[in-house]
Design a protein around this ligand. Structure first.
Ligand SMILES: Nc1ncnc2c1ncn2[C@@H]1O[C@H](COP(=O)(O)OP(=O)(O)OP(=O)(O)O)[C@@H](O)[C@H]1O
Ligand SMILES: [Mg+2]
Length: 346
């Protein structure tokens, strides 16, 4: 009877997902444990304690649904975080950095505006008052130095560590300083891991509140290496509203789910266009599709960024929009996203 009840409870829980990892709460999920005694159900869910506030709705919904099962007299759902914390402490991350938060900016498809987002997000965080670093991990075409208006290369200090170049108060390092874009693809794979490790362990980052990582497009070596070797707080997925970008964004979300990196949310870039002459909002692509995708994946929709000529021109000039016009509409979108993420993870 009791075993049958546990199975019935799993039948209910399997249609729920962990709101942070997005993994289903089914029998294969090691983080959920169900015990049933004399009609009393005890459900414990192992979570990362940092995110406990995000679980309150899930607890209420689970209770409501499980209570409906015949022969269940009471339901108790508790959150635990022992195992994960233990794992965190025990896990000796190979890539070490003194940063309270490490956020990876990702997309499946290239050219959707990751680097533009990464740079403006980093500057928005700095404007709020955090100590910020930005790491350009795009092995196929590093663009952060150009967008941050940096020229020159970082020098090594007495400890033989590279000192990041600073621009607009943000510390910047680019993998482009270590690997040339012209390096043949065959050499890149094995070099990526080494170069990424050097970007963490071989750089004098000091103490940071945020390290923002601009990833290359896709789901390749750089993404996996970072997820497995550094303690990422989570990823932000950038997508444009077209289907092709969304299909690739889905691949990115699935990859992060597989390697247990929380997807903190998704941003719709090049969402709409406000015409200079008529001041009307034009939905060039089917606007709103990224928001729908977020609902399907049950991840947070963080906001929409319009197509903005200035954003592109300023990027090319090495002046992020959040610097050129810190109180403008575009800067406000970035700082509201920065605040949302900060509240979610702290
Ligand atoms: N919201 C926007 N409005 C106008 N132009 C934009 C916007 N976002 C990005 N761009 C422009 O689109 C181009 C591609 O952006 P970006 O380099 O940030 O994309 P990416 O995803 O990092 O590309 P890659 O995959 O090559 O690294 C750039 O010229 C950039 O200035
Ligand atoms: Mg880029």
């Amino acid at each position: 009877m009791t075993d049958k009840l546990v199975t019935s409870i799993y039948d209910v829980t399997k249609s729920f997902k962990d709101p942070i990892t997005n993994i289903k709460l089914n029998q294969d999920n090691k983080n959920i444990n169900i015990v049933c005694k004399d009609g009393k159900a005890f459900i414990s869910l192992n979570i990362d304690s940092k995110f406990q506030n995000q679980y309150q709705n899930l607890i209420a919904d689970l209770k409501k649904s499980i209570q409906k099962i015949d022969d269940i007299l009471s339901v108790n759902v508790v959150l635990t975080s022992e195992k994960l914390n233990e794992q965190d402490n025990k896990q000796d991350w190979r890539f070490k950095i003194k940063s309270k938060n490490i956020i990876a900016i990702a997309s499946g498809k290239g050219g959707v505006g990751k680097s533009t987002f990464a740079v403006n997000y980093a500057v928005a965080l700095k404007n709020i008052g955090y100590k910020v670093g930005i790491l350009d991990a795009d092995i196929y075409g590093p663009s952060v130095p150009r967008m941050m208006g940096i020229s020159g290369k970082p020098q090594a200090n007495d400890d033989n560590k590279l000192v990041p170049l600073e621009s607009y108060g943000v510390k910047c390092m680019s993998i482009g300083f270590l690997i040339s874009v012209d390096t043949p693809a065959i050499w890149r794979g094995p070099m990526v891991m080494k170069a990424l490790e050097q970007m963490f362990n071989g750089v004098e980052w000091g103490e940071l509140d945020y390290l923002v990582i601009d990833l290359p497009p896709g789901t390749g070596d750089a993404q996996l290496t970072l997820a497995q070797s550094s303690k990422l707080s989570g990823s932000i997925i950038i997508s444009t509203p077209q289907d092709v970008a969304l299909i690739d964004a889905r691949k990115g979300i699935n990859m992060f789910n597989k390697v247990n990196v929380p997807v903190l949310g998704i941003v719709e870039n090049m969402s709409y266009f406000i015409c200079d002459s008529c001041n009307q909002r034009h939905e060039i692509f089917s606007n709103g599709s990224v928001k729908k995708e977020a609902e399907i994946f049950e991840i947070d929709f963080l906001g929409e960024i319009p197509i903005n000529k200035n954003l592109r021109i300023l990027s090319d000039e090495g002046r992020p929009a959040c610097i050129a016009d810190p109180n403008g509409d575009i800067a406000n979108i970035y700082s509201s996203i920065a605040t949302k993420i900060h509240q979610k993870i702290n």
